[in-house]
Design a protein around this ligand. Sequence first.
Ligand code: ZN
Length: 137
Amino acid sequence: MKNPLQIIELPIQIIEELIQNENFNSLKPVQCDECKSEKGFARKIFLIKNYRKDDYNLLSYHLFESKKIKSFFLKTIKRKRYIDSAICEKCKSAKIVFDIEFTPKFLKTASEFLNISEDKLKNDLEVVLSKITGHKN
Ligand SMILES: [Zn+2]
């Protein structure tokens, strides 16, 4: 019998530590989808245990029903899995747009992995992102 999925809400101190981590925070909240505010997001981060791929629907159902979270990201840092989400402090909406910040470390790692120059990578990423999000940086 498999262990049940666990979703543990993290205290503010741990959240503060995690968002200082460049790897964790390269994808971060940038805009409220409701009021279009670009700052003042309360991060909500959960540690999840015993997660399997087929648990995704269960996970999103649970997050919505008990935490009112409509959009979230799964992140893995140091073999631990997290749910990253945010709430707009202005209008309390949980529909927040996340975007990737191209940190120097991110660009260096990705360009080496893909074996292309950092400039080419950055241009390609901007194109991809504008296709996905429909807005230009
Ligand atoms: Zn808002």
